[in-house]
Design a protein around this ligand. Structure first.
Ligand SMILES: [Zn+2]
Length: 191
């Protein structure tokens, strides 16, 4: 544990979802990132079985509107964490997929791989609805094929979040593939 991480432990009396006998211990660690941001790492551990899970929650997020993007070129990049705020537009131009702003909880907080799987699912459902439109189906199959490759790390693409309100976040596996561009909008701010 580095000096920059502060750990707090709290006992909770809720039961383990896996073994149902054990008690879940919750450990919260606040971690200071090199760029001044703070992350909260929450770890859940069962005292009876092997169940453990953790989550990373950004505590300080960029409040300025901006365009954040991540170049995904290998399998490791797929583990980069993504947090999309409700006003953020998430898109992958190379795969012709996009999530409009809105409270779509399944696109809220996940990693790149999770995003691709959700797109794959949504595109598959759309393809199945194209009854008999073979021309369109061929087009969609091409996209599905590329998404499958992307999930294996065999397709290079850019994940872009355009956030007019701020608050969206990408935690890259490889900092050099991350970029942030400030957006100037005429929106009123409380500050
Ligand atoms: Zn357990």
């Amino acid at each position: 544990m580095s000096e920059k991480a502060k750990e707090m432990e709290e006992e909770f009396s809720f039961k383990c979802p896996t073994c149902t006998n054990g008690t879940i211990k919750l450990t919260k660690t606040v971690y200071d990132m090199t760029d001044g941001d703070k992350m909260l790492i929450v770890k859940f551990e069962c005292n009876e079985c092997m169940f453990t899970t953790n989550d990373v929650i950004p505590l300080t997020t960029r409040i300025e509107p901006g365009i954040i993007s991540l170049q995904v070129t290998n399998e490791s990049d797929l583990k980069s964490k993504i947090y999309r705020s409700p006003v953020g537009i998430l898109e992958i131009p190379e795969l012709e997929v996009l999530v409009e702003p809105g409270p779509r909880a399944d696109f809220y907080y996940t990693n790149v791989e999770g995003i691709l799987e959700r797109f794959q699912n949504a595109v598959q459902i759309y393809r199945n609805s194209l009854d008999g439109d073979h021309e369109k189906q061929k087009e969609i199959d091409e996209i599905l094929n590329n998404i499958s490759k992307a999930i294996k790390g065999d397709f290079k693409f850019t994940l872009v979040i355009t956030d007019t309100g701020g608050g969206s976040y990408i935690i890259p596996q490889d900092e050099s593939k991350y970029s942030y561009q400030k957006l100037d909008t005429p929106q009123l701010s409380d500050e």
